[in-house]
Design a protein. Structure first.
Length: 203
């Protein structure tokens, strides 16, 4: 076999190998486990994936009330509730100025959302231009965070952790008698204390 024939035989073999490698890569044969998780091809519990990029959020599809801006020309409703959040037993601060001067509500008069905060005490101001009910999920939509029975923020309920929510008066403590299961669908009432817990499952 001549050198030229040998050269072209080797060249052809290498070209075929490169084409096969490209085809295999295109078909996903070389994907690592992490790449399969991020592309959704390998179902993994959210507790095992420590990246918010892999988690869906209720805030991605906000309630229409979360997109309303107040005009303060004559509010039909103005209530206050206290929101307390605990993550693994530790209190989580509800920030000040949530729902004030946002990308949506940024006018001179219409600069507040229907639920907003003025400080970091957890006091929610619930204000509506028209009388009606409003759910707790609206606040989390405005805040831009996930919240329902499946979890809160980037935390998800699983085989080791649970979500629990209690609603009680300010002079009471959370008990099983005032535990609720409606989570984001809970309709806010004036003067309530709402406790949300993401916590280890006991017992």
């Amino acid at each position: 076999m001549s050198r030229e024939t040998t050269f072209w035989s080797v060249f052809t073999a290498l070209a075929l190998a490169a084409l096969l490698a490209l085809y295999a890569q295109d078909q996903g044969f070389f994907e690592t486990e992490n790449e399969q998780v991020s592309s959704g091809e390998n179902e993994t519990s959210p507790s095992d994936v420590h990246s918010s990029a892999n988690l869906t959020s209720t805030a991605d599809s906000p309630d229409s009330l979360a997109l309303e801006c107040l005009d303060h020309s004559g509010l039909a409703r103005h209530d206050h509730v206290t929101l307390q959040i605990f993550i693994n037993g530790s209190p989580y601060t509800v920030e000040s100025a949530i729902g004030i001067q946002t990308d949506i509500c940024n006018g001179n008069e219409n600069y507040m959302h229907t639920i907003h905060t003025h400080d970091d005490t957890g006091k929610l101001h619930v204000e509506l231009n028209e009388a009606g009910d409003i759910s707790l999920g609206v606040f989390f939509d405005i805040w831009g965070y996930h919240f329902n029975e499946t979890g809160i923020f980037d935390h998800r309920a699983n085989e080791t952790h649970e979500m629990a929510m209690y609603v009680h008066a300010s002079n009471e403590n959370a008990t099983e008698e005032n535990r609720v299961t409606s989570f984001d669908d809970y309709l806010i009432l004036n003067g309530e204390v709402i406790e949300i817990h993401y916590r280890p499952i006991t017992g």
